[in-house]
Design a protein around this ligand. Structure first.
Ligand SMILES: NC(=O)c1ccc[n+]([C@@H]2O[C@H](COP(=O)([O-])OP(=O)(O)OC[C@H]3O[C@@H](n4cnc5c(N)ncnc54)[C@H](O)[C@@H]3O)[C@@H](O)[C@H]2O)c1
Length: 292
């Protein structure tokens, strides 16, 4: 069974990117969000991203039109019943994800593969809730999905070879490079990246330097495309906090403990670039540091 029809659940930052990448690769894609309003916002994000790809000559307007035709949207989970592969990109909350997969498990035919795009939860904790743990794995994409080349393919002790091989085919068709990761919280990238981002916030709290200089130092001194504080805004401060909490809960190592300043920023609703304000304000031409 090859994957032809793809379902994406959640059309936020990541879901919209995954849906776009799959549609551009030729898949028939059905996206589920919780309200018409959020579908509208997701569609707009996809349209803007494709516009950028056209400007950068990564796609033509004719290819864009074809990709848009392959995308459809729904608020009903039940409409995902004919999908061969369903990728979940909803909020980073185990209970929300488990509830969703249990519902899908009761609806979808046996062959449907379930994948989670979680950044920090264990795949096993979701796979154990369904009757098809052999057809369950992690497909961890990176933001922005249409641009970033990597996918972490995460298998549990129950994932079958066939499922892994179908998922690898899917990743390849999207033009991605896959790396295999063990099912432990953080996989590869976040295991290494999250302590670095959190440490930057701790250095900011400690007054080592301004946020602009912390970011500038890592861009110009290490050749990174973005500084660590800017990366947190890019990921979403709320998502970064959830990931840190989950990793800390799993490993109990101080390097994963969320710094108080990150909690304060999230409590103020400064969720980062996606809402226009995080550590920086994104309403003008260039990001401007906000009070911390
Ligand atoms: N932000 C990143 O850089 C990044 C990178 C890789 C993976 N992830 C993971 O991807 C997932 C989504 O993150 P995001 O940054 O896109 O978050 P987001 O907040 O931008 O989007 C989440 C979306 O899911 C929707 N949603 C919630 N419950 C739903 C349900 N039951 N059905 C359908 N939609 C539902 C919400 O309405 C929201 O639009 C998380 O698990 C996160 O850890 C995030």
């Amino acid at each position: 069974m090859t994957v032809r029809k793809v379902g994406v659940v959640g059309c936020g930052l990541m879901g919209s990117g995954i849906a776009e990448a799959a549609a551009r690769a030729g898949y028939d894609v059905l996206v589920r969000e919780v309200s018409e309003e959020l579908i509208g916002q997701g569609k707009q994000r996809i349209a803007q991203s494709m516009e950028k790809a056209i400007e950068r000559e990564k796609m033509t307007s004719a290819e864009r039109d074809l990709a848009v035709e392959r995308l459809s949207y729904t608020t009903k989970v039940s409409e995902l019943v004919d999908r061969d592969l369903i990728i979940e990109a909803v909020v980073e909350d185990l209970e929300v994800k488990r509830k969703l997969f249990v519902e899908l498990d009761g609806l979808c035919p046996e062959h449907t593969i379930f994948a989670s795009n979680t950044s920090s939860l264990a795949i096993t904790d979701m796979a154990a809730a369904v009757k098809r743990p052999d057809r369950f794995l992690g497909l961890h994409f990176f933001n922005p999905v249409p641009v970033m080349k990597l996918v972490e393919v995460v298998r549990t002790i129950a994932t079958s070879e066939k499922t892994v091989s179908e998922a690898l085919d899917f990743a390849r068709r999207l033009g991605k490079e896959a790396v295999a990761a063990k099912d432990q919280a953080g996989f590869i990238v976040n295991l290494l990246l999250v302590p670095y981002m959190l440490d930057a916030v701790r250095q900011l709290e400690r007054g080592a330097a301004s946020m602009e200089d912390l970011d500038k130092a890592m861009v110009l001194g290490c050749g990174y495309p973005m500084g660590p504080i800017a990366v947190i805004d890019f990921v979403g401060t709320d998502t970064a906090l959830r990931i840190a909490e989950i990793l800390y809960d799993e490993y109990r190592e101080p390097k994963y403990a969320p710094p108080p300043l990150l909690r304060r920023i999230v409590a103020m609703g400064r969720y980062g670039r996606k809402v226009g304000r995080g550590f920086y304000d994104y309403s003008g031409e260039v990001p401007v540091p906000l009070p911390v």
